[in-house]
Design a protein around this ligand. Sequence first.
Ligand code: HPA
Length: 303
Amino acid sequence: MLIPHANLCPFFVPTPSSLSYEDCKATADWLLTQTDMRPTVGIVCGSGLGGLADLLKDQVAFNYEDIPNFPQSTVHGHAGRLVFGTMKGKPCVCMQGRFHLYEGYPIQKITLPMRVFKLLGVQTVVITNAAGGLNQDFKVGDIMIIKDHINLPGFAGNNPLVGPNDERFGVRFPCMSDAYDRDLQQLAMEVGQELGYGDFLKEGVYCVLGGPSFETIAECRMLHLLGVDAVGMSTVHEVIVARHCGMRVFALSLITNLAVTDYDSEEKANHEDVLQAGNQRAEQMEQLVSSVVNRIEPNNNYI
Ligand code: HPA
């Protein structure tokens, strides 16, 4: 494909093989020949939350390395498998391990699985992540329903939709003020209350940074001033691409550590704590996700 002026944009990586509509379609079609499952819900497991995929019944699983055009997971705590199966009877597909900017992949490649989800027939995407809490009311182990995001790398032009737009996926300038489905947020609040999670179920704004270094104290203070409730290194790019191609989005952050905003603090963010906190709250995250999925209807309504 001839891409006019592509060399003028510092973030646009000229389309290597595996990013076009045809390539996404080839990946989806390959998967559809390997399984009879026709998922309507797509799930992305965050760091330490891969156990969500283990809830699926009648599993058909693929290692990322065996899927045509798929990137590979390089992060400890991310298994690298695409798992098809049913959750409370609903056909689902689950990414056990996701891709991040800091792994060095082009941003369009990180989000390729969202387009594959769409071409598999997925209507609703449920995304989870581990995040650092900035809201002073948050505690480690809180689950935050994401109501909005700040795409900080996007302010500098790092957006997965940069480059030629393929209308078969969506419009050139997609709206993001309705990125996180309000009905699903409300449903999750109700389900969370029913499960007795009221004390640790929160809602808020998630901000993505490029990583992999954790934030400095000054950066955490800045994010707090900006109204950010939780910070992480994922999710937002997937949400943008999922919304671009018309899927409904519901997203949750597990607060695995509290961002440090005080120069006297001895706390130091690290990946092991993130994974450990994930393990401790994994069961409740899984319960919440599966109960929400249970009440999503195939036509995108919920009961
Ligand atoms: N910062 C960025 N990403 C994270 C954090 C954090 O504090 N915790 C888990 N993922």
